[in-house]
Design a protein around this ligand. Structure first.
Ligand SMILES: [Zn+2]
Length: 665
């Protein structure tokens, strides 16, 4: 428990409010539009620059982290380093990414050999034979293969397949027929044609190739599960033997295919989306070879474009950046270069970053916050009126079993086997992908290493992983405006406290609740409690369905359900934990705000941001998180303590009647 001594109380009083009054727009009352009230000043002071489709508090912090990484990387990159050292690898990747003269002189030469080899394929056997090599170097034609914990036996790493192979990412882009989607599709077609021409194809060949790409990708899209079905873990788990898979998808010799990936002697495999993989097999067997060559070549062109010459990069940006997201200009080269180093050698730079920028006190204060929130969620579960006792016991067991990760991992990745040489920039990306796959695939059949991190320390994000029942908060997010060592508890519980509660709630959201404390996909709920949960969750999904996110476009309540439940739970848990934390040392009003008001302002400021109209449409199709505005204006009207903090009453625009509010955790 948090017993605060007198000296601590004095220290607490000396802490700042953390709230920046300039972030507010006090011309709008909180009862009318809380997001505008709390974040209007921020939005005005941080206008979108050309390179951003969305720029929010998250992005601002990521921008700051990127500058810090740049400092660390450039210090290394200017010095000579012995071959094989991490310094040599970081320096060479960065310098190659920055060398525009060489990149432009090379044009598309770095993929010429691969394009030619694909062009020489003669038959279906040749297509299948080429695929493992493409997968290992970072492409995902038709479907993808990966190794992750077995959801039914979570301590063991299992080989799995997943639907894939459509460059627009979401099936809706190929199937929907509203004006916006049709327009995107037309522009995508034009983009594919242009890209083929940029790598040496004639206009006629480029046109034919584009048509082949569209035919194959549309077939894959039709067979793909939609984004709501992808959230159902049972529908996406089909463990079978390789012999059974051989019967299900006979077009591919699976033993040979898996061996070529480095997955020799695989016995069991989970086919995440059965129908999608069956269709992939049929496509491979029936589409003309020339069409499939065009498709594979397109995967290569599309995936490598970010590492090619300026004209190729520019065309790639024109579609994915401008058309799809509404961005106006490319990121400067140094940001792209830092991004590549971060992707290829993430834990190597992460180790340097954590050492320089993550103080030990931050970890201590975070642990205190996490434990207080964990205890509070336990109390809330015990007091739930709708949940039965036997489910409560299991829920609390699961909560107590959380594996907590803060700052950076205890042991770091070994990059010895990653070879970085000065042949071409893209050849290094291909080797980095091979290195990563070899690392992951070597785990197949082995015991899951729970100490491993799924995000690098410099990442501005956090996660919950159901199969390890872990919550993770990288050093990158443990900074203002999420976390501030100099700010009081009102600020820190409102900001990072809600983030912690959010991640904890994922263990109990519509997906997470289906996994037990060991991380196994096993129902530990009584049927009655499961039904009651669904009824309460439906209030949430209906509410978000009803929100108008763009003219004529509604939110997708089912798709965003898990994240919205997590925000809701995070707010409830963190507010209660906050009140407990200050019980013996009440906080004073600061900057004209009560501690309770500061809690909610800090929360809202985490989601401050500006976003382009194109990006709103894109995210509504592809992002399971609600937009920043709705993470505030959709989430807070469900929270009684927020009404009390700001005196919001029936009849006010933000008011939602008690009986219509969400109440889960
Ligand atoms: Zn989340």
């Amino acid at each position: 428990m948090l017993m605060t001594t007198a000296s601590n109380a004095q220290k607490e009083a000396a802490l700042s409010a953390g709230i920046k009054v300039a972030n507010l727009d006090t011309t709008v009352p909180p009862k009318d539009d809380f997001y505008q009230y709390a974040c209007g000043g921020w939005m005005k002071n941080n206008p979108l620059t050309g390179e951003y489709a969305r720029f929010g508090s998250f992005d601002k912090l990521a921008e700051n982290n990127r500058k810090q990484l740049r400092g660390l990387i450039e210090e290394i990159a200017v010095k000579p380093a012995a071959k094989g050292t991490v310094e040599q690898k970081i320096g060479d990747v960065y310098n190659m990414a920055m060398d525009s003269i060489r990149l432009n002189a090379d044009g598309f030469k770095p993929i010429m050999g691969d394009l030619k080899r694909l062009g020489e394929i003669k038959n279906v056997a040749g297509i299948i034979h080429a695929m493992p090599g493409l997968v290992l170097t970072g492409l995902d034609p038709y479907f993808t293969v990966f190794v992750e914990a077995d959801q039914m036996n979570s301590s063991v790493e299992l080989v799995q397949t997943y639907q894939s192979g459509i460059s627009l990412g979401q099936r809706d882009y190929y199937l929907d027929n509203d004006e916006h989607t049709k327009d995107i599709r037309d522009k995508y077609k034009a983009h594919v044609v242009k890209m083929f021409q940029l790598v040496g194809f004639t206009p006629a060949q480029a046109q034919t190739n584009m048509e082949a790409v569209m035919t194959i990708e549309t077939r894959l899209a039709k067979a793909a599960y939609d984004k709501v079905k992808l959230r159902d873990p049972h529908a996406n788990y089909n463990k079978m033997t390789v012999a059974e898979l051989q019967k299900l998808v006979p077009e591919i010799n699976w033993n040979e295919y898996l061996s070529a990936l480095g997955l020799k002697n695989t016995r069991d495999i989970s086919v995440s989306q059965k129908e999608s993989l069956v269709e992939a097999g049929k496509i491979i067997a029936t589409e003309p070879i020339a069409a499939q060559i065009a498709y594979l070549q397109w995967k290569l062109i599309d995936e490598s474009a970010a590492y090619m010459s300026d004209p190729i990069y520019a065309q790639n940006f024109d579609f994915y950046g401008k058309t799809l997201s509404g961005k106006k200009e490319q990121q400067p080269r140094w940001k792209r270069a830092v991004g590549t180093v971060d992707g290829v050698l993430g834990e190597a730079v992460g180790q340097m970053y954590a050492k320089k920028y993550f103080p030990a006190e931050a970890k201590e204060r975070m642990l205190k916050l996490v434990h207080n929130l964990q205890e509070t969620l336990g109390e809330r579960i015990k007091n739930l009126s709708w949940m039965g006792d036997s489910t409560k016991v299991k829920a609390i067991e699961k909560l107590k079993a959380f594996y907590i990760k803060i700052g950076y991992p205890d042991k770091w990745r070994d990059y010895t086997d990653l070879d970085i040489t000065k042949d071409t920039y893209y050849a290094n990306i291909q080797r980095a992908n091979k290195f990563e796959h070899a690392y992951r695939f070597a785990k197949a059949g082995k015991v899951v290493d729970k100490s491993e991190w799924q995000m690098t320390p410099q990442t501005v994000n956090a996660y919950y992983n159901p199969t390890t029942n872990e919550i993770c908060f990288p050093a990158g997010i443990l900074q203002y405006p999420f976390f501030d060592m100099t700010a009081d508890d009102a600020f820190n519980y409102g900001a990072i406290g809600v983030v912690i509660g959010h991640e904890m709630t994922h263990g109990f959201d519509d997906q997470g609740r289906q996994f037990d404390k060991e991380g196994n996909l096993r129902d530990w709920w009584t049927a009655q409690d499961g039904k009651k949960f669904d009824v309460r969750a439906k209030v949430m999904s209906d509410f978000f369905d009803s929100l108008v996110v763009a003219p004529g476009v509604h939110g997708n309540g089912k798709f965003t359900l898990g994240e919205n439940i997590a925000d809701h739970g995070g707010l409830q848990i963190s507010f209660q934990a906050f009140k407990k934390a200050i019980i013996n040392t009440p906080l004073e009003n600061k900057d004209g705000f009560t501690p309770e008001q500061r809690f909610f302002l800090a929360y809202a400021n985490v989601w401050a941001g500006n976003v382009r109209p194109e990006e709103i449409l894109k995210r509504t199709k592809s992002d399971p998180h609600s937009l920043g505005k709705w993470r505030v204006n959709g989430a807070l009207p469900q929270i009684q303590t927020w009404y009390e903090a700001f005196g919001i009453k029936a009849g006010d625009p933000m008011f939602v009647p008690v009986e219509k509010r969400v109440s889960i955790w």
